[in-house]
Structure formats: C-alpha cells, structure tokens
Design a protein. Structure first.
Length: 83
C-alpha cells in the first residue's frame, strides 16, 4: 500500500536553505534516513497508507482542483519531519 502525501515541490530559491538545515541536522541525528535534495518538499497533507484503487481518483481530483490555477506566493517557515 503506498504512503501518500500532497506536497509542493521545493522552489529553487528555497532549496539551499532546506539542504543546509538538513545537513546541520544530519550531524545531530545520524540514525535518521535523510532524503536526497530532489525529494525535499513542503507537505500540505499527509494521507498515509492508501489503497491502490484510491490513487488514480485522488490524482484526478487534485489535477481537476489545480487546473487553471495561477501560481501563488508562499512563505516558508519552520521545519518538520515524520517519525
């Protein structure tokens, strides 16, 4: 069963700050599986374990919801992680 989340890709302007924070945290918690730069993101909603038959309808709903939407400004603040 896939573990899904709805997320925003990391804007290129924000990536250096995110990777720097991750790299500092690596020195404190070496027992954590740290993600590669290309996987860093801003999670909007964690969906968790999702039945395979729900994936396509979720994708279709999100595609319809975001179709034709204009880009928006977003301010990043704070840092979080899932255990």
């Amino acid at each position: 069963m896939p573990r899904l989340f709805i997320a925003l890709a990391t804007p290129p302007a924000v990536l250096p700050a995110m990777t720097a924070a991750r790299d500092r945290l690596r020195t404190i918690r070496s027992d954590v599986r740290w993600e590669a730069d290309e996987k860093l993101h801003c999670t909007l909603k964690f969906l968790g374990d999702t039945k395979e038959e729900q994936v396509a309808p979720l994708r279709a709903s999100l595609t319809a919801l975001t179709a034709g939407r204009e880009p928006f400004d977003l301010a990043f603040s704070g840092l979080g992680a899932f255990p």
